[in-house]
Design a protein around this ligand. Structure first.
Ligand SMILES: Nc1ncnc2c1ncn2[C@@H]1O[C@H](COP(=O)(O)OP(=O)(O)OP(=O)(O)O)[C@@H](O)[C@H]1O
Ligand SMILES: [Mg+2]
Length: 405
């Protein structure tokens, strides 16, 4: 995904005072009671005073982004930009131009000069997410930048600019193992790993679960309460997707639970103790996520721009999740993108914007494989590209899921 500048509010109050903030309410709100989270916050605040590079490790969804933002907002760089760059899934050349910028004519689509994220973060902090995914060539370039602080935009031999940024990197991979396997440069690992903050998985700090749930419920539009039994189930679940998964479960309960009191029977069955599917493999988790979102979109509980789009921009939804979701839409509408637009709670005129959005993030799914069932071959006529006039040719969507699930 492309760079995201730190546009979050300096204090996330969610309309309520934080019940269990482990860190003072300036910068992102970090909820937790555990010794681990308190110690992480105090390390983050201490390290914020200087410019040391920080490597944040931990499973997906534990809060690595949040800790990076905390360091930035507590540092003397706080008035300058915080820019996050995700190194995963971005082609090497695109990442290079994202980070270092490019000059007009550097490559086919370079119609004008573009300032790179390193320069955009001037005076502030750059957050390199999923750093283990950088190619070896990019690693060499980044190492050179760390050594001399100079950036050279793609396609320019002469222009060199000095940039002063603080570097924070994060990964959910074992960097030492990546070094041993020859995928990551040892010298770069040591340069990035000056201060190491490891965020343990949620299951290893179960005290934080209740605090996170209470915080989430307090900020919700709909008031619900969890029984003590239900809370205990949530406290003993493994949470393979960590805080992100917990947030999703609570959000779903807030919107989907029939009554105001949530008991064990109202919890998703996969959370119940003794279930063998509580430790879901990644693929299964993705499928579950897409299923939940799809259900909520198609019954009108959620809408794409209002709910799914921000989740994706906040990187709470991966490209894989988004593609899975689009696949379900196409399966239901037999490959009709315009019907997907309506099914996902968008206006018919949003067709072009929707496809542009998918195209930008490499999430366009080929509609043709969904067109075959029950339709003659000659129905496969349109390419999934935005039409000149998006409203023309709109077909009435089928609201009921015929299911790819
Ligand atoms: N201690 C916490 N207090 C409040 N919210 C949290 C906490 N930890 C994580 N979150 C929330 O959980 C979600 C996931 O956090 P974040 O994106 O920081 O995780 P991550 O470790 O960077 O995950 P990934 O490796 O997938 O990028 C975010 O919505 C974040 O705000
Ligand atoms: Mg992250």
């Amino acid at each position: 995904m492309g760079p995201t500048s730190g546009s979050r509010p300096a204090t996330e109050s969610h309309g309520h005072p934080p019940d269990h903030p482990a860190c003072p309410p300036s910068g992102p709100l970090i909820i937790g009671r555990s010794a681990a989270i308190r110690s992480i916050c105090s390390t983050a605040e201490r390290v914020a005073e200087g410019d040391a590079k920080v490597l944040i490790t931990g499973e997906s969804g534990v809060g690595k982004d949040l800790i990076a933002q905390l360091i930035h907002t507590h540092s003397r760089r706080a008035a300058h930009p915080y820019v996050a760059v995700n190194c995963a899934g971005v082609p090497e050349t695109l990442l290079e131009s994202q980070l270092f910028g490019h000059v007009k004519g550097a490559f086919t689509d370079a119609f004008r000069d573009k300032v790179g994220t390193l320069q955009q973060a001037q005076g502030g902090t750059i957050f390199l997410d999923e750093v283990a995914e950088m190619s070896l060539r990019m690693q060499a370039m980044f190492l050179r930048f760390l050594e001399n602080g100079e950036i050279q935009p793609v396609g320019s031999d002469l222009m060199k600019t000095q940039v002063n940024v603080r570097v924070i990197a994060a990964t959910n991979k074992d960097l030492a193992a990546a070094v041993a396997a020859g995928h990551f440069r040892e010298d770069l690992m040591y340069r990035l790993d000056v201060v190491h903050i490891h965020v343990p998985p949620l299951r290893e700090r179960a005290e934080d679960i209740r605090a996170l749930i209470e915080h989430h419920l307090a900020g919700a539009k709909r008031r619900i309460r969890l029984t003590e039994d239900a809370l205990r189930v949530l406290e003993t679940y493994r949470w393979p997707g960590n805080v992100r998964e917990l947030q999703n479960v609570i959000e779903r309960l807030i919107w989907m639970s029939p009554g105001d009191v949530v008991d064990i029977g109202d919890l998703p069955t996969r959370l119940l103790p003794g279930r063998t599917d509580t430790i879901l493999p990644v693929r299964e988790r993705r499928r579950q996520r897409a299923d939940d979102l799809f259900r909520a979109l198609s019954d009108g509980t959620l809408s794409f721009w209002e709910h799914v789009h921000p989740l994706f921009l906040d990187r709470d939804l991966t490209r894989h999740d988004l593609r899975e979701l689009v696949r379900r839409g196409l399966a239901t509408t037999r490959g009709n993108y315009q019907a997907v637009v309506r099914l996902f709670g968008m206006q018919a005129g949003d067709y072009k914007r929707f496809l542009n959005f998918l195209g930008t993030h490499d999430c366009v799914v080929d509609f043709r494989e969904f067109r075959t069932t029950g339709l003659p071959e000659n129905h496969i006529v349109k390419e999934p590209v935005p039409p000149k006039s998006p409203a023309v040719g709109h077909r009435k969507p089928q609201r009921k899921s015929t299911g790819s699930r």
